[in-house]
Design a protein around this ligand. Structure first.
Ligand code: DGY
Length: 349
């Protein structure tokens, strides 16, 4: 008989069989993972000491399945596509110790509700900073130099000959760039824009960060000044009640007509109807969006009909090594929380 079979049978017969020293079968913590397609290295870490079950499809877990599967779990490994609210926490039960998300954003988790119940919340900042800053630059350059629009012409016969003013864009050199948000990601975006020789980089945050801004000669400005003076505006802030739809019709009206708007933060910081109007009426020059409302954007969304917008499917942190490490951090956050230890990255608001 295979040793594995023996173990399985023993487990059935003796539910309190002692494993790993003092631990008993009944005390092995249960962890529910809302996606099967996170990098396996994270799941392997969890499987060493936890009973792990995962949703079976590489798509967000349906709500009713989530509510059913979290019951009795000590930890939930989730993604930004899962809404973790009081209903999920109730469904899990009072033994739930940790919610760990494979993302830096945690607006999909009711953190306050978790705090009240003593449930710790893990996330993955830092590790994705460079990947997200890199993607922001890629999106900015694809938008200002019209890469997708130009590339299409190669395939559809629009490329007749080299032409002096055809497919010209607006360069970064000598431009004014405004960032909404100057946290880790904002600072790395600024550091990558700086070598393109903009005239000035400004940033809008609640409090000025002169030390962090010194490397790019960044100037702290209020939101209004940033809107009125920037040739490029990059949203790289968290989605909070304060930033929700902060880019609304009023904000787009204040922007310069040559302004290029880039959003790698969250779709929710933009009033998308107002953005569409601003782009369609050429109130602003162009937009590059890695995030939209909703996600995925429906194929009949009016934004998809415009030439002056580049839309990506939320791939800011989608760098292979980054995503692998995000999976491991999400797992390590859970393991730390289960043993009452210090989590690698814990939401503490
Ligand atoms: C995040 O982590 O919040 C990004 O949006 C996806 O990686």
């Amino acid at each position: 008989m295979q040793p594995r079979l023996l173990l399985t049978q023993s487990i059935k017969l003796l539910p309190v069989l002692r494993l790993r020293g003092t631990r008993t079968m009944s005390s092995i913590p249960r962890v529910y993972v809302t996606r099967p397609d996170v990098d396996a290295s994270g799941l392997e870490l969890l499987r060493k000491s936890c009973n792990v079950s995962t949703w079976k499809e590489a798509l967000p877990v349906p709500r009713e399945v989530l509510l059913r599967e979290v019951a009795g779990c000590e930890a939930v490994y989730c993604a930004l596509t899962d809404k973790i609210d009081a209903e999920v926490l109730d469904a899990a039960g009072s033994q739930l110790k940790c919610v760990s998300t494979i993302s830096v954003g945690y607006e999909h988790i009711d953190v306050e509700e978790c705090r009240k119940r003593g449930i710790r919340v893990g996330f993955t900042p830092d590790v994705l900073t460079d990947a997200t800053a890199e993607l922001t630059l890629a999106l900015l350059l694809a938008t200002n130099r019209r890469l997708f629009e130009a590339s299409k012409q190669v395939y559809n016969g629009g490329w007749k000959s080299w032409a002096p003013m055809w497919m010209c864009g607006q360069g970064l050199k000598g431009s004014r760039v405004g960032l909404l948000g100057f946290g880790r990601i904002g600072q790395e975006i600024a550091a990558r824009i700086f070598p393109f020789k903009p005239a000035e980089i400004t940033y809008t945050t609640r409090t000025a960060r002169p030390q962090e801004a010194a490397a790019v000669n960044g100037r702290h400005v209020d939101f209004d000044e940033m809107l009125r003076n920037s040739d490029f505006i990059v949203a790289c802030c968290a989605l909070t009640p304060e930033t929700k739809e902060i880019f609304n019709a009023g904000a787009f009206k204040k922007m310069k007509p040559n302004c290029i708007f880039i959003n790698t933060a969250r779709g929710g910081v933009v009033d998308q109807k107002a953005l569409h109007e601003a782009l369609e009426s050429k109130r602003i020059l162009a937009a590059g969006l890695d995030v939209t409302t909703p996600e995925p954007l429906p194929l009949d969304d009016p934004l998809l009909k415009l030439d002056n917008v580049v839309i990506l499917p939320h791939i800011g942190s989608a760098d292979i090594e980054t995503r692998k490490e995000m999976s491991r951090i999400t797992a390590r956050n859970i393991l730390a929380a289960l043993t009452g230890g210090k989590m690698e990255a814990e939401v503490t608001v």
